[in-house]
Write a new protein. Structure first.
Lengths: 159, 760
């Protein structure tokens, strides 16, 4: 079964014919070539595939593409400005050692962005809670927390 | 003369990872992201039984499925295509299977879904055999045999040493303790799963994209694979995409790589095999589990007299590098603290379980768990304060240990003091709260496991003062690119951003033995430094003619080539390079350097200075044990390391934090649950990694001992972070509630059971 869906992806209006069984992750990665969204487990357990749907961080591996119809979706590719300057969160992850192998990074940054968009002054406990579904095996999380804290109050917005 | 950090321009600076922006933008390409025209997708079928004979395989239905290009069984694998440390493991098994991860067939199809469907259509008839899953039982006389033809489950391995006279020393000891410690399977859990893409060109040369930590050794393995396939004198090119985590998991070549090669050759199309998460848990190798018996003693003054250790290692059904972990375990056993009389025996035993590999620490965490738990027990028996006890026996610069390790620089005492300072070991804890300490020694200057411990580097300068350095070393996220760039930039008076580090393509990069043994900063760092020194000399010689001064008077700094004190004799390095290249009879400023440390292979005697230098550390933990639930909460953690010199403190902290949290998982939560050879928790819900919620505060004091052989004084630090973590926690739990847990992980159930035993 094929369905046509329309959604806003990183600010662009998209219309796409999808198969009903596709996940949002499959649509983004395999069909649209947006490889920044990673598949770490395919079961909603690791958060590597996190994207923001209508302001909420979701595991795109568990989210059916058909559900994206009419929604606003943000992926890691939409964060940096078109001129190439990094979003404050991206820059902070770079500067504070929040990135090692980098596989969890896009999901980690998207979860952090969803948090700061909602709660710009999140404290350490709130950051830990928001990132509880994003597994990182390299960093021990500490420099990730520091990366998020360094942009607190900046609204997490790309302005 | 050793330098202070303030005298460096680039070394010692917190320079962000050079590839971090690419990763932050989601543009880094991992094996998952490699897509080639006409690419097929491979899938592997695993055995249904832990031990069985394969009676019949029928692949006809799978082959008939539309979209399927090839189906392989063990019959299609060339006889000489074998993997593993003793080459006992064909990539697809024929006739007999001896673990549930044994590959029995493989498929290539136009989509992963069709490949999966084809696997379901393969019909296999097995004759089930009795399995053996306990290594100690597998050593018994009447145990079922994993490999019938070997007549025994015990491998022929050389792990049997005796330095000094342990029996005599035991008799003369004032205090002796003895116990048994066990560790179980844990696994790397790289966030990016394993995978490879193989393709052949028209001349039957192989290109393989694979996330390996050993590009050069993999290159050799694949050349041998081609030879086994009848493709002699063909070329192999190994390209390593960005690695989504290594931790030792990629130090061998694996069935999926060989199967991708076989399928690609058969189909004459690129074939990609990428594991899903369940497969990653079930079909990749774990850390080596151990059963350890330890006895050690001291005299009445607390000086260690002997250490006697015996181990049984579950080898699984096939032999990978797990069976060689005793070579590294030997290091803490013989050389963590001064102890003259040492005995060690390890038996590797075949079972029908999964087989093990290298994992961060390479046996050291297992051995150190037993040693450091036992150290606390011995200190208590001798009535000596546990910190004092460790200081009495501390390693020191200039020591040569019974194994022949030459300790060139040692900051162990400073590390112990740093932990003591932070955690206030004053014995005045509230009920249920306790502190623990454990130390470590690890190779910090390479490790001669193979004939060579070398790494090559080629350095070339362009016309504008920028550098391309081609290194054999592998960055897998730990930050070797930065270390390389910072070392080269420091030497040539440039900025780290001026250095482009090229690695991971065997067509371009020189040879290296691999990213293991915490060796990259030291060995690849020295290779890069050697090449930079040679180029610097060429620049000085060239400039000496321009400036008409002796070459040794010329310095390089802030992108300038200049004679100090003479403002006339100064030139931007780019301009000077153009003068070198861009003229008749010009010269190219390039250099290569191969650095092979002057360390020793241990040989048959299992003696020798395996590393040029050793890293030391001490970890301390403060824990709270809930006596109602058995739950252990880590309140504070200190991980102090002697790193020689911190080339990049930001990345160094990242290695320590990441290592410690991995070590805390090892101590408290992580366990691959195996029942009759079957892995029962192949997912992140049931395999308990530390999450952001569990992360604890870590302080990471850095002790700089400026090692004489390290690049700018640096030693390796990749593994130490997770080495003494488990015993530090176990010792803290004992301090808190008086129970000693000798079996990892220390789950609430085990703590509760021990409390119940103690309190009656």
């Amino acid at each position: 079964m094929t369905t046509n869906i329309s959604f806003l992806l990183n600010g662009d209006e998209i219309s796409y014919d999808i198969k009903d069984h596709w996940t949002l992750l499959h649509l983004l990665r395999e069909e649209m070539g947006l490889i920044g969204t990673k598949e770490g487990c395919g079961n909603g357990e690791c958060g590597a595939c996190t994207v923001i749907v209508d302001k909420l961080a979701v595991n795109s591996c568990l989210y059916l593409a058909v559900e994206a119809d009419g929604k606003t979706i943000e992926t890691i590719e939409g964060l940096a400005s078109t001129e190439g300057s990094l979003h404050p969160l991206q820059q902070s992850f770079v500067d504070n050692g929040g990135i090692q192998c980098g596989f969890c990074t896009p999901g980690m940054i998207m979860s952090s962005k969803a948090l700061l968009d909602e709660n710009p002054d999140a404290d350490r406990e709130e950051i830990k809670h928001a990132l509880a579904g994003n597994i990182c095996r390299c960093t021990g999380y500490i420099q990730i927390f520091e990366s998020v804290e360094a942009v607190k109050g900046m609204g997490g917005q790309n302005e | 003369m050793s330098k202070n950090n303030s005298e460096f321009s680039v070394v010692g600076k917190r320079i962000p990872k050079l590839d971090a922006a690419q990763k932050a933008m989601g543009r880094a390409e991992y094996i998952q992201d490699v897509k080639l025209p006409g690419m097929l997708f491979g899938k592997i079928l695993y055995s249904k039984h832990a031990h069985a004979n394969i009676v019949k395989i029928d692949t006809s239905k799978a082959k008939a499925l539309a979209g399927v290009h090839a189906v392989l069984t063990g019959e299609d694998v060339p006889k000489k295509m074998k993997m593993g440390f003793i080459k006992d493991n064909p990539p697809i098994k024929k006739g007999n299977v001896c673990s549930l991860r044994d590959e029995v067939a493989a498929v290539a199809a136009i989509s992963p879904e069709i490949a999966k469907k084809a696997l379901d259509l393969i019909e296999i008839e097995y004759e089930e055999l009795e399995g053996i899953f306990d290594p100690e039982k597998a050593m018994e006389k009447d145990s079922p045999l994993v490999h019938e033809h070997l007549k025994s489950n015990v491998l022929k391995m050389p792990w049997n040493i005796h330095y000094g006279d342990v029996e005599k020393a035991e008799k003369e000891s004032a205090f002796v303790v003895e116990d048994r410690f066990t560790t179980t399977w844990v696994t790397h859990c790289c966030m990016g799963t394993s995978g490879a893409v193989a393709l052949f060109d028209a001349s039957e040369n192989l290109t393989i994209y694979t996330n390996t930590q050993i590009p050069s050794l993999a290159h050799k393995d694949f050349l041998e694979a081609l030879k086994a396939m009848g493709l002699e004198n063909k070329r192999v090119r190994v390209i390593k995409p960005v690695i989504g985590g290594g931790f030792g998991s990629k130090l061998d070549t694996y069935a999926y790589e060989h199967i991708a090669i076989l399928l690609a050759y058969k189909c004459r199309k690129p074939v990609k095999i990428v594991f899903d998460r369940v497969e990653e848990f079930k079909a990749t190798s774990t850390r080596q589990p151990t059963v350890t018996y330890i006895k050690q003693g001291c005299d009445k003054n607390g000086k260690l007299t002997f250490r006697d250790m015996r181990m049984v290692l579950d080898n699984g059904g096939h032999t990978s590098w797990g069976a060689t972990t005793p070579s590294v375990m030997l290091m803490p056993i013989s050389s963590l603290y001064r102890v003259e009389n040492v005995k060690y025996n390890a038996k590797c035993v075949y079972t029908n379980n999964t087989y093990s590999q290298a994992m961060r620490g390479y046996g050291n965490p297992q051995a150190t768990f037993a040693i450091e738990s036992s150290m606390d027990m011995l200190a208590e028996k001798a009535g000596i304060d546990r910190i004092e006890f460790r200081k009495i026996n501390k390693n020191q610069s200039g020591d040569e240990t019974p194994q022949g390790l030459k300790i060139t620089s040692c900051g162990l005492e400073e590390c112990i003091d740093a932990v003591k300072e932070e955690l206030k070991f004053d014995g005045k804890n509230e009920k249920g709260i306790g502190t623990g300490i454990a130390s470590l020694i690890h190779v910090g200057g390479g490790a001669r496991i193979y004939g060579s411990d070398g790494c090559g580097a080629i350095l070339k300068m362009d016309d504008y003062g920028k550098v391309d350095i081609f290194t054999g070393g592998t960055d897998m996220g730990q930050g070797l690119d930065n270390i390389t760039a910072q070392i080269v930039a420091e030497e040539l008076g440039l900025l780290a951003e001026d250095i482009n580090v090229v690695h991971s393509d065997t067509d371009i990069c020189p040879w290296d033995v691999g990213a293991h043994a915490s060796r990259s900063t030291f060995v690849a760092g020295n290779a890069a430094l050697g090449a930079a020194k040679k180029v610097k000399k060429k620049i000085q010689v060239f400039a000496s003619k321009l400036f008409d001064v002796p070459a040794q008077e010329i310095e390089l700094k802030d992108k300038l080539v200049f004679v100090p004190g003479d403002r006339e004799k100064s030139m931007l390095i780019g301009k000077l390079l153009r003068k070198a290249h861009f003229r008749p009879g010009g010269t190219m400023l390039m250099a290569e350097h191969f650095y092979d440390p002057d360390n020793e292979n241990m040989g048959k005697e299992l003696k020798g200075n395996m590393s040029m230098t050793y890293s030391f550390g001490a970890h301390g933990a403060k824990v709270k044990v809930d006596e109602e639930t058995g739950k252990v909460e880590v309140l504070e953690y200190v991980a102090a390391h002697d790193v020689g010199r911190a080339i990049n403190p930001l990345l160094l902290e990242g290695q320590v934090y990441g290592g410690v949290i991995m070590g805390l998982g090892y101590a408290l939560t992580e366990e691959v649950t195996v029942k009759d050879g079957e892995i029962m928790n192949a997912n992140f819900r049931d395999y308990k990694l530390f999450t952001a919620k569990d992360a604890v505060k870590i302080k990471a004091p850095v002790i700089e001992t400026d090692d004489k052989d390290g690049p700018f004084g640096a030693k390796g630090i990749g593994e130490p972070g997770c080495v003494p973590t488990a015993p530090a926690i176990a010792n803290a739990i004992y301090d808190a509630v008086g129970v000693r847990i000798k079996d990892l992980p220390i789950t609430p159930e085990k703590v509760l059971a021990a409390l119940k035993d103690k309190n009656g």
